[in-house]
Structure formats: C-alpha cells, structure tokens
Design a protein around this ligand. Structure first.
Ligand code: PMP
Ligand code: GLU
Length: 397
C-alpha cells in the first residue's frame, strides 16, 4: 500500500488557501461569491516593476541565479533595510527565496530540531505551526486574546521560555489580527530575549508597509538582540506581487549561510525574472506603496464602521495588515433551520454557503472564537459582503 510519511500525515492543509479555493469553485458554478478569505492585495503590480520583468526576459536572464539571489537584488535589500529601517546588513546576510513563506520555513528548518520548542503567540498565521511540525519541533502556544489587543506581554514570553526554547515567531503587523507592536512593546520583549541569547527571533515583517500607526518598528533595532533576529520580508504585500514569489531573510551570518545551504539542495535560487522585477520594487519609485497603504486604511475604516454595530460581534481596530479578526463565538450554538453552528469552521461554511461570502474560521489561526475577513478588495465588494454577513448572522436563531 502506498502511504505518505508520518511527517505529511500530521500536516494540516492551509485553511486560508482551502477557503479561497472553495470560494473559486462556487464562483465557477455561477454562484456570486465575495471572497474575503485569502489575504492578498487586489491591486495590479505597478507598471515600472512589470517593465523590469519584461526587460529581464529580453536581456536573457534565463539562467540559474546564484542560490541566495542576484547580488543586485541583495544589495537593493541591504539599501532598503538601511533606508527604511535604519538597520545595517551586508549582502551575504540576505537570502532571497520563493516568497516569505519559504523564508520562514527555511529558517525554521535550519534552527529547529526534533523536540526543540518554538514559541508561537496566538492568534498566529496558519502556516507557522505547520512549519514547526515539519521541522519536528514542538509548538509552544502563548495566548493573547482580544482584551490585550492580541499581543503577548514580556511576562508571558518569559513564562513560556524553557531550556529547550529554540525560537520565537513574532508577526507585526499581524496576520490574522492586524495588531501592531509599538516600539515600547518590542523593547519589553527584547529585554527578555536578550537574557536568552540562544533563542532565534523570526520577525515576520511582510506587512511592514501596511501600517496605519506610523513608521514600522522592527525588533532588530535593539542592539541587545539584533544578533538573534531573522527578519522575514518580501514583495508580496507591499508591491502587490503575491504571484511573483519573492521573499527574503536578513539574518546573522550563520543563519543566512544555513539557509543558503538548505536552499542549494532544495529549490536553488528563486525565479530570475521575478528577482529582477523585485530589484525595481525595492530600488524604484516608492509612491505606489503609499498609494496602496492609503487605500487599505480607507477600507479598514469602512469595514470597522460597517461591522461595529453587528450584534454579538466583538472587534478590535486593526492597526495594520488587511484583516479584521472579530470574536464571533456568541453565534455558536445557534441554528439556521436544522443547520447548527458549533464553531468557527461551521460559521465560515454557513457564511459561504448561505451568505455567499468567503471568510476563514479562527481555529486554524489558534483563535477558535474568531473569524478572519480580508478587506483587500473593493469598497463596493466590502459594503455588499458585510451586508450579506449581517443578514446571515441575523438569521441565526
Ligand atoms: N507571513 C505572513 C504573516 C503572511 O500573511 C504571508 C502571506 N501568505 C506570508 C508570510 C507569505 O508571503 P509570501 O507571499 O511572500 O510567501
Ligand atoms: N497570507 C495570505 C493569507 O493568510 C496568503 C495565503 C497563504 O499563503 O496562506 O491568506
């Protein structure tokens, strides 16, 4: 009998991608579904980036790139980190991969071994805990509820650390909550981490530019922990380039070298054409980033306003990313005809099948009371989607 490995058998499929696929299937059957499930900008990639890709094709960038990425791209990333974050890195500390997703997984596979503990604040992005499982590590979940704006405190971090702790995964601005750690909050966490120099902080900053409270703050800015931090970032969200698949890690040399070695046996360098486009993204005109950020902020205000009066829905006001993550557990136990809603998954499925709006249940994010809406879609879609959600929720008795 053919059988997948234990490693694969214990892996859960990505809920964000699964819901998006379901919504596309319903759409293909002619159902008018509004998709608030997958998290990706609805904008087209800016023209100057597309032009750079076309030029790369004409200039015959058709050969394997160096495993860690082209030097001009790594230099553009070094310049970006200096210009935008005031952080000093050298090009050999940058490894470019096939999306930030691969960059996170690379770092986990490079530093986590069987039984090593990885602290994952919940709510978390769905893939973190599955990647830790792939690395045969142990997830140590630290809960941060809506009452603490979904952010962990230094005391909670300290209490979760054991001699087996290998890494912490910190995501700010956060998917799924939209919460943003302030400089002071990061400083508090850094003080704890500095006492444990063997812990690697995987700082997922992919939503850096989708921030409504001002300048992005990276935990790598604190010299006492900089040598412990692996910054993850990329072009997917800031430059509307999800399909191009370029992400990077900026890390201490030993981690960068390890990622390079892993990638050399596993994927090689990412797409040559997408890398050249990413040089244009990082080094070119940045006004597109601000234009998209402003649009996301307007939509954030719109969805918060539309949702705040929905009875039984508890909201925080997200400060970044493009997700709303309300608590909806007051609807659990209610029914629509003979359809009973027991949990977040049931509610998301009910909203999809009866309300024709795709969302993602919070369970996959470690927050079973919540539901995630991505508001990276048009105002028109948002107004219609929230009206449908409101109506479908009101029909639950
Ligand atoms: N981290 C977080 C928190 C994300 O939401 C995403 C989006 N899927 C990623 C990483 C991966 O981004 P990429 O498209 O660059 O792989
Ligand atoms: N970051 C997006 C999301 O959370 C993309 C889907 C994925 O890669 O999981 O919806």
């Amino acid at each position: 009998m053919t059988q997948v490995s234990d490693r694969l058998a214990s892996l859960s499929p990505s809920e964000t991608l699964a819901m998006s696929q379901k919504s596309q299937e319903l759409k293909a059957q002619g159902v008018d579904v509004i998709n608030l499930s997958v998290g990706e900008p609805d904008f087209f990639t800016p023209d100057h980036i597309k032009e750079a890709a076309k030029k790369a094709i004409d200039d015959n960038f058709s050969f394997y790139s160096p495993v860690p990425g082209y030097m001009d791209l790594r230099k553009a990333i070094v310049d970006k980190l200096k210009r935008e974050n005031d952080l000093d890195y050298t090009a050999d500390q940058i490894i470019v991969s096939g999306g930030a997703k691969q960059s996170v997984c690379n770092v986990l596979l490079c530093v986590v071994g069987p039984g090593d503990e990885v602290i994952v604040p919940a709510p978390y992005w769905v893939s973190y805990v599955e990647m830790v499982k792939l690395a045969e590590g142990k997830n140590v979940i630290v809960e941060a509820g809506i009452e603490q704006d979904f952010k962990i405190t230094p005391a909670q971090l300290e209490a979760a650390i054991t001699p087996r702790t290998k890494a912490l995964i910190l995501c700010s601005p956060s998917n799924p909550t939209g919460s943003v750690y302030s400089r002071e909050e990061l400083k508090g966490l850094a003080e704890v981490l500095a006492k444990h120099p063997n812990i690697v902080v995987i700082a997922d900053e992919i939503y850096e530019h989708i921030n409504y409270v001002g300048r992005h703050e990276s935990i790598a800015q604190f010299p006492e922990v900089k040598d412990q931090v692996a910054i993850i970032n990329g072009v997917s969200k800031a430059y509307a380039m999800t399909g191009w698949r370029i992400g990077f890690v900026a890390a201490p040399l030993w981690i960068a070298k390890a990622c390079n070695k892993l990638q050399g046996q596993y994927t090689s360098g990412p797409s040559s054409i997408a890398q050249k486009a990413s040089v244009a993204a990082f080094a070119g005109d940045q006004s597109c980033v601000e234009e998209m950020r402003i649009a996301f902020q307007r939509r954030r205000d719109l969805v918060v306003d539309l949702c705040k009066d929905i009875p039984g829905m508890k909201l925080n006001v997200p400060q970044g990313a493009f997700y709303l993550f309300p608590e909806v557990d007051s609807y659990y136990g209610k029914s629509f005809g003979d359809r009973r809603i027991n949990d977040a998954g049931d509610l998301a499925m009910y909203l999809l099948e009866e309300g024709h709006v795709a969302t993602v249940g919070g369970t996959a994010f470690g927050a079973p009371k919540c539901l995630r809406f991505s508001y990276a879609t048009s105002d028109e879609n948002l107004i219609e989607a929230i009206a449908r959600i409101k109506k479908a929720l009101a029909a639950l008795k």
